[in-house]
Ligand binder design. Structure first.
Ligand code: AMP
Length: 224
């Protein structure tokens, strides 16, 4: 099993790259943000607990996240025997979560193989996030500045309506960015010290960023 992480600020392009990587490498895309949003939408106990943190742009408590991730990994491994590995997106977000993941994987005789860090500056992030739109049906991602749909507000792929994520307003975005700097930046050092970190420059186009990732992965693991 390959265990790959995507690190980077909100709006760095983790979701966009995850879509491509999971297809190319046949990994399961485990996005804690997506799982939480789904739980909020369905009104589950998890969703009710998580919503207040998410609305404020704060992190959901570590133990809730770790229990949730463990359950998803166990379910997927049981269900899909052809699975090549996991692509973690938006997780871990704190050192405590990273240590929890290491323990979880060690129990399965696995480890984090690589942490891909997509680097972007704050201004780019703010512009990207304020323009971000998501399809309410198939989840396709758009941006009114960089990748607009052909018809405003409508998904090119399935024709459903596009929406703006509730936590993508400017105040919450700034808070999410600052939360990221405070809690998530130490992770960069954590994986660097373990020689797992791979840096890519995230300001380029999605295609260019993807090419950079594949090239660096190929050098390191010989996977294309
Ligand atoms: P994202 O879609 O990854 O930007 O996540 C949206 C929101 O969900 C974040 O602002 C947090 O409130 C929450 N969240 C997602 N992943 C995590 C995580 N690993 N740890 C704590 N909170 C998370």
């Amino acid at each position: 099993m390959l265990n790959m992480l995507l690190l980077g600020a909100p709006g760095a392009g983790k979701g966009t790259q995850a879509e491509r990587l999971k297809k190319r490498l046949k990994l399961y895309h485990l996005s804690t943000g997506d799982i939480l949003r789904d739980a909020v939408k369905k009104g589950t106990t998890l969703g009710k607990k998580a919503k207040e943190f998410m609305d404020r742009g704060e992190l959901v408590p570590d133990q809730i996240i770790l229990d949730m991730v463990k359950e998803v990994i166990e379910q997927k491994v049981k269900k899909d025997s052809s699975l090549q590995g996991f692509l973690y997106d938006g997780f871990p977000r704190t050192i405590h979560q990273a240590e929890g993941l290491d323990l979880m994987l060690a129990d399965r005789k696995e480890q984090v193989d690589v942490a891909i860090y997509i680097e972007v500056d704050r201004d780019t992030v703010l512009k990207r996030i304020s323009g971000r739109r998501t399809c309410s049906s198939c989840g396709a991602l758009y941006n009114v500045y960089f990748k607009p749909p052909e018809k405003e507000g409508i998904c090119d792929i399935c024709g459903a309506e596009l929406y703006t994520r509730e936590d993508d307003n400017k105040k919450t975005v700034i808070n999410r960015f600052d939360t990221y700097i405070k809690n998530t930046m130490p992770l960069i050092r954590y994986y660097e010290e373990k020689d797992k970190l791979m840096r890519v420059e995230g300001k380029s186009t999605p295609d260019e960023v993807f090419e950079q990732i594949i090239k660096t992965l190929d050098k390191r693991f010989n996977i294309k």
